[in-house]
Design a protein. Structure first.
Lengths: 133, 133
DNA sequence: CCCCATACTCTCTTTTTGGTCAGTATAATT
DNA sequence: AATTATACTGACCAAAAAGAGAGTATGGGG
């Protein structure tokens, strides 16, 4: 309908199936809770140490944090700067690529912010409907 | 910086931590490969039967398809209409909530479409850097 | 001499996820 | 009477993800 972004996307390529698969893979890789959270945190304070991220990212385990950051570094979303001091000091910040993704995610954050209540309601309705049967 | 959407989001609520958690949960729930794919398919042809979705969603197993669709129904993203005929006929379509999410995802699709090459390149560079050490 | 701090890494175990395959209901078709 | 079609459900099993907890390196402070 008036979904111009979607239209824009649809019109761009002749939907090469190989490209499509790559795009899907990319999304599968990037659309993950911790990645999204870390990107948000790094958008708000553009330079963070490991420990800061660990504190800001409530509930994440050290292992997951390391793992997620490594993957993000590998994919060019963040830079990792190691200062050869003791105790160690490592700084993370978004690359331009990461910043672009951050902007792309905005719409989803806003949607979630605006609609989590509706989802909760839908769940209640669904549960009730199930019980009636 | 000039990231107005992000700014908008930041300015909306006084960042209630409980709300924040709910938003994160919502995103964690919704930012999943199959959900995103199904939403895209249902955006393009607004009414689909189970079998059509199975064919359009290459690689998905019946089990995952059922599971994902049920979760989407429970969360109010799609409606499921059962026609009591033989053989069975079930139609799925996006709700307004689902359509909203589809629009929110647009930015991410476009980003992925535009940048999967950059990610691939970043991976190559990273691998090379690792090999040098 | 011992402990602290930081940013990890490694191992072990548990949990979650997802795939495969078999089964179901029943009207229409052969 | 057997087969087909559709949209599932359930059992079982393998693989992957994730948590917990211990270990590591080392300069500076007490």
């Amino acid at each position: 309908m008036e979904n111009s972004l979607r239209k824009e996307l649809r019109d761009l390529p002749p939907s090469d199936p190989a490209v499509e698969r790559l795009v899907e893979e990319t999304i599968g890789r990037v659309a993950d809770k911790w990645t999204m959270l870390l990107i948000e945190i790094l958008t708000e304070n553009e330079c963070c140490r490991f420990g800061e991220l660990a504190r800001a990212c409530t509930g994440i385990s050290q292992k997951m944090l390391t793992q997620t950051l490594r993957a993000m570094e590998r994919d060019g979303l963040v830079t990792r700067t190691v200062y050869p001091v003791v105790p160690p000091k490592v700084e993370y910040r978004l690359t331009d690529l990461g910043l672009g993704l951050s902007k792309a995610f905005c719409g989803v954050w806003l949607w979630a912010e605006a609609n989590f209540g509706a989802i909760e309601q839908a769940r209640k309705d669904y549960a009730e409907k199930q019980n009636q049967k």
